[in-house]
Design a protein around this ligand. Structure first.
Ligand code: SAJ
Length: 425
């Protein structure tokens, strides 16, 4: 089949590569001319090795061609970002892509949206775009098939995850699910457009609410004087309990964003969802406050932050709690030094080495639990710091090992050191 993938970002590009791998003739288009040029020159910026390899293979085999304009093909898969601006979904990228596709798509072709959108948006956006070209939506196969892949394991999850295909009609769902079955080995469930749109947002909102619950428990446990990590691990031994992990806040461009698609559409019945957002949004403030209790005075003190990425083992720092915590600390008068060997783009310069970050620091704060950080030797770090203090927001390090190396340790969700509790009292 001839397929055009519109939007060559972290979903569109690997999807295009996988389609090509499975024998489709794939045309990739992105509005970003620089990105098109880079891909045409086989420069693939992603740091996920499996994605890089798949895209290189697809370009080398000519199964994937990056084109300068969208043409007529059997199917179109749209993978555009849908950010929120002040809590409201911004659908302009999807609308612009839909208009471009509507201009060239021939009757009978499939038009599939993968981007997260509020319930009802797929039919409205494609209907309006086609109508503007004097085309009737009934003549096209329209579907929403929300992406589900986790950054860090994109290629595997593209191949293996179960998918939901919402069709405008049952026939649309049937045809589009056959296209997806050609590259995805997971179960492909068929449903309506609106249910598919709702399901996607529900999945990410479920995760946000669950993490907010874990974060609330972490604060509760500190006040109770017990260990939240042990509590959650024990509770999760119950066959019907699965609580996620507390942390310094919820980042990335999906989990903190998608719940707004529901609360914006219906502010009255989304109290729990809005409360969860507030709990998670407050976590960076909570961490910053703990640091101010741990390290005084702020002026003249340096805090070394470990991890700028929004989560472990990815290079993406978008909406990262680290960025928020860094800003809050600097507003309070601290100097900060951030080290993350995976991240290249951050709101301000990162340290070139762990040594640079911790030298002369008054506290070390673990924010992102990258696997490589497990190799850090607490003894070496202690020797470089002015005050060997550790704040672990992910329960990543072995606190006893760090204490033996001379550190004063505080772990989120565990009773705070006595000195800290006395200061607060
Ligand atoms: N986090 C916690 N505690 C946890 C798990 C995560 O604090 O127990 C934090 C992370 O550190 C991170 C944030 O939550 O800051 C989000 O990370 P994530 O791994 O939960 O999610 P994403 O944003 O990387 O990917 C999610 C996935 N959705 C679900 O798992 C339901 C992915 O499958 C989606 O494709 C993606 O959103 C998306 O694009 O919608």
């Amino acid at each position: 089949m001839n397929v055009t993938v519109v939007g060559l970002g972290y979903i569109g590009l690997p999807t295009a590569a996988l389609l090509a791998q499975r024998g489709h003739r794939v045309y990739g288009y992105d509005v970003n001319a620089q990105l098109r040029r880079q891909l045409q020159n086989k420069e693939v910026a992603t740091r996920e090795a499996a994605v890089r390899q798949a895209v290189h293979d697809a370009l080398d085999s000519r199964g994937l061609t990056v084109v300068e304009r969208i043409g007529a093909t059997d199917a179109y898969i749209l993978c555009l970002p849908t950010p929120t601006v002040e809590g409201k979904p911004d659908l302009r990228y999807v609308e612009a892509a839909a208009a471009a596709v509507a201009g060239v798509a021939q009757p009978g072709s499939m038009i599939v949206l993968e981007s997260t959108v509020p319930p009802g948006a797929t039919e409205r956006i494609f209907g309006d775009a086609l109508a503007a070209q004097g085309k009737a939506i009934d003549e096209f196969r329209i579907a929403h098939c929300p992406e589900r892949v986790i950054p860090g394991a994109i290629m595997r999850e593209l191949r293996e995850n179960a998918r939901v295909v919402g069709g405008r009609t049952p026939q649309d769902a049937e045809m589009v699910s056959r296209l997806y079955a050609s590259f995805c080995n997971g179960e492909i469930a068929r449903t309506s457009l609106c249910v598919a749109e709702f399901v996607k947002i529900v999945e990410n909102t479920f995760r946000d609410v669950n993490i907010a619950f874990a974060n609330e428990l972490a604060i509760f446990a500190e006040e109770l004087g017990v260990d939240v990590w042990a509590t959650i691990a024990l509770a999760n031994k119950h066959p019907r309990v699965n609580i996620l992990q507390p942390g310094p806040g919820v980042g990335g461009h999906c989990i903190p964003v998608d719940p707004h698609f529901l609360s914006d559409a219906n502010p009255i019945v989304t109290e729990l969802i809005q409360a969860a957002r507030r709990v998670n949004d407050r976590m960076p403030y909570r961490i910053a406050r703990r640091i101010t209790e741990l390290v005084q005075p702020a002026t003249g003190s340096t805090i070394a932050l470990l991890g700028a990425a929004y989560k472990a083992d990815v290079e993406d720092a978008r909406e990262s709690p680290s960025s928020r915590i860094d800003t809050l600390l600097r507003e309070r008068g601290y100097r900060t030094a951030i080290y993350d060997p995976l991240v290249e783009r951050f709101h301000r310069p990162l340290c070139g080495s762990l040594r640079d970050a911790v030298s002369g620091a008054d506290a070390l704060v673990l924010l992102t639990p990258h696997t490589v950080f497990a190799e850090i030797d607490p003894g070496e770090v202690a020797a470089l710091m002015r005050h060997p203090r550790l704040m672990d927001t992910r329960n990543f390090f072995d606190a006893d090992q760090w204490k033996r190396a001379g550190f004063e340790c505080y772990t989120l969700g565990r009773p705070a050191p006595k000195r800290l509790l006395d200061a607060v009292a």
